[in-house]
Ligand binder design. Structure first.
Ligand code: ATP
Length: 563
């Protein structure tokens, strides 16, 4: 098997396990499903909740404002908010999402499939086929088929022939994105529209229909507020949780006696009408974000940016992602948003990507004072008669579209007033959960009940993330074993651990069931338990089994959880 086939096969196994064991289901599956929407089953719900909890505990509730964590430039505070999904429409105008949150997309005129233009890669070249000059192009999107297209118009024919005969023109370009291909074709042939015959055909080799030119597509989901439902009542589902934090910055400062440096954190659903949702839950239309907006003095912002890049990168490793599968990639200058001083992506080597490719888990951005400034623009100024007025443009409309509220901060130690700079570590809860699932998936060989070696599928979740921490079994359903096992099970539950009890099927089968669910420890009550009071504690990863007194089980599990 090639590396690509290996990775595809691995992803297929992971998706199958997710469905079989109740981690993730296609949304509305009994009605045929909905592209880009996913539901979590019982195990997936616990796993994702543990991911969110780990983030919240590590970033917010267990943060000690009196002590600077390793690497932090100083002490700082962290607080949380929970804001509305539907915000005032003006928020999206100020944030830039209304005007700028577009992707270019192309449709197949025949099969109606929709693709994000920058996701399609094209190679092209010029040659002569059967006396005809042709431009050849092939998609790099799975199909290696080369589609030939004759240049019908005289201008194209002449230019294509010249290029086909010119030895200095490469026979085939290196892969370029579809928008780049179209741009180059327009430039080369000096045409304003790409002629139909040079518009690539659908990457699905079974279709071959023609693609449209790229068109803009706003990613925000629109909705209507109220019963009358006119366009004036249009609103949007938030495409990110960050704006709920920015618009509440002043409220938090004024109500909580908090000082900068300060992180305001939020976990919540976001919605993007993605053109091509794909790769399981990686690109969904409804997903959950875990965002920090970290407000600091402009002069300290560079140091804080470095701190958050490293801190967030370490977070994934502390929860079990191996360094070999994780990278911190600084954006090139051209990739940066116009206001951004620096951005780094934390990326994971998802198995659905080609060998050597990584997908974004989290972006850590230094956003300067762009966000607060955008929301405060339109600040009132004092008119000639001493009244406060909104500055207007030449059409008499407000010159700025911000709230006009002062969102600056007064530092009572330095006696300075400034608009805080913001460092934004913005993570996806679903992408993180998917990365933890992919990382956890493992196959090895272990003996079954008859001592025969069998392939064992194990989800090696970090104990903090594991949906179930321990399972308790009686070896047989008699001789007082179930009663003793239930006693241990209840004690573990009372200690606050997610634990399960299982007395069905042979013991080996029960271990396998827990291995697939990612349960780190299994406790078995057997004949000896009733005579000497000891039980077997089995470790999921090492398969090591130790005997210990049944009344020490809970402490031992709690100790292992902490180590
Ligand atoms: P991409 O380039 O993959 O579209 P992005 O750079 O637009 O992502 P951000 O706007 O920085 O993403 O959002 C922050 C985080 O939210 C991402 O790192 C990712 O984990 C998550 N996220 C964004 N879009 C989606 C989506 N469609 N499905 C699932 N998670 C998403």
């Amino acid at each position: 098997m090639s590396a690509k086939e290996d990775r595809t096969a691995l992803m297929e196994k992971i998706v199958a396990l997710c469905k079989r064991r109740g981690f993730v289901f296609q949304d509305s599956e009994i009605y045929g499903g909905q592209n880009g929407f996913w539901d979590y089953g019982p195990l997936g719900t616990e796993l994702k909740r543990n991911v969110r909890n780990a983030w919240w505990e590590d970033m917010v509730s267990r943060h000690d404002p009196l002590d600077a964590p390793t690497g932090a430039p100083s002490t700082y505070q962290m607080v949380g908010v929970e804001t509305s999904i539907i915000m005032h429409p003006q928020v999206w105008k100020c944030s830039g999402h209304y005007d700028l949150f577009h992707d270019m997309m192309v449709d197949c005129k025949q099969c109606k499939a929709r693709y994000r233009a920058d996701h399609l890669q094209v190679r092209f070249g010029y040659t002569v086929s059967g006396q005809k000059p042709v431009v050849a192009f092939s998609f790099m999107d799975g199909s290696d088929e080369t589609k030939w297209s004759t240049g019908k118009q005289a201008k194209l024919q002449k230019e294509t022939t010249r290029r086909a005969n010119d030895q200095s023109v490469p026979q085939e370009s290196s892969p370029v994105s579809l928008p780049e291909y179209l741009h180059q074709i327009k430039e080369l042939f000096q045409v304003s529209d790409v002629p139909d015959e040079l518009l690539p055909s659908c990457p699905k080799s079974s279709c071959g229909g023609q693609l449209t030119e790229p068109r803009e597509f706003n990613l925000m989901f629109k909705t209507i507020i109220g019963a009358l439902g006119t366009d004036d009542d249009a609103a949007f589902l938030r495409p990110e949780t960050a704006q709920g934090i920015f618009v509440n910055f002043k409220n938090v400062i004024d109500s909580n006696r908090v000082k900068l440096p300060l992180g305001i954190c939020q976990i919540g659903k976001s919605f993007r009408n993605e053109i091509t949702p794909r790769n399981f839950t990686f690109r969904s239309r409804e997903f959950e974000q875990m965002e920090i907006e970290f407000f600091c003095a402009p002069g300290d912002s560079q140091q804080w940016y470095q701190y958050w890049r490293d801190r967030r990168f370490a977070w994934y490793q502390n929860l079990g992602i191996s360094q070999a599968n994780l990278q911190l990639r600084d954006h090139h200058k051209e990739e940066l948003a116009h206001y951004s001083i620096g951005t780094a992506d934390i990326e994971y080597r998802f198995p659905f990507l080609a060998e050597g490719e990584y997908g974004e888990l989290e972006g850590v951005a230094h956003r300067g004072d762009f966000d607060l400034r955008s929301h405060m623009e339109g600040k009132l100024t004092t008119g000639p008669d001493g009244n406060l007025i909104v500055e207007t443009n030449e059409h008499g409309q407000p010159k700025y579209r911000g709230s006009g509220k002062d969102l600056s901060y007064f530092d009572d130690q330095t006696r300075e007033r400034f608009v805080p700079h913001v460092i934004e570590p913005s993570a996806g809860a679903d992408r993180a959960t998917l990365a933890f699932i992919c990382e956890a998936y493992y196959e090895d060989e272990a003996p079954d009940d008859k001592g025969k070696m069998q392939t064992r599928t194990v989800m090696k979740f970090h104990p903090r993330l594991a949906p179930v921490k321990a399972a308790v079994f009686p070896l047989v359903k008699k001789d007082g074993q179930p009663e003793k096992a239930k006693e241990i099970y209840r004690e573990l539950r009372e200690a606050g651990l997610a634990v399960t009890y299982d007395e069905q099927a042979a013991i080996g089968k029960r271990y396998r069931r827990q291995d697939e669910a990612g349960t780190p420890w299994c406790i078995t009550v057997d004949n000896d338990t009733l005579s000497d009071g000891t039980v077997t504690l089995r470790d999921r990863d090492s398969l090591e089994q130790v005997r210990l007194p049944s009344n020490e089980v809970t402490d031992e599990i709690l100790r292992r959880m902490k180590s």
